[in-house]
Design a protein. Structure first.
Length: 115
């Protein structure tokens, strides 16, 4: 079992920056990829970015250059640095961890970008 706890969400003005974090606990030795999804009001959950255990990163095209995912294996934490935020980035951001083909989810953290 893996437990994930996100933090760092909040309210920010358009053009600003925010970093959300996701701390993993439990069977952390078995975690492969970690990443982020987000879900805006009235929309389906969409994938944002992921990082492999070796540090290779992948992003949805629309967020390349604005979002950066990173991982601190010593702290069992994955981060999502979000820059140049837009009102359409407003969503609940969910962290996930992949373990042997199964996904574990955090509870989500709200990010609100005001115009």
């Amino acid at each position: 079992q893996v437990q994930l706890v996100e933090s760092g969400g909040g309210l920010v003005q358009a053009g600003g920056s925010l970093r959300v974090s996701c701390a993993a606990s439990g069977s952390i030795f078995s975690i492969n990829d970690m990443g982020w999804y987000r879900q805006a009001p009235g929309k389906e959950r969409e994938w944002v970015a992921r990082i492999t255990s070796g540090g290779t990163t992948y992003y949805v095209d629309s967020m390349k250059g604005r979002f950066t995912i990173s991982r601190d294996n010593a702290k069992n934490t994955v981060y999502l640095q979000m820059n140049s935020l837009k009102p359409e980035d407003t969503a609940v951001y969910y962290c996930y961890a992949a373990v042997k083909g199964k996904l574990y989810w955090g509870q989500g953290t709200q990010v609100t970008v005001s115009s």
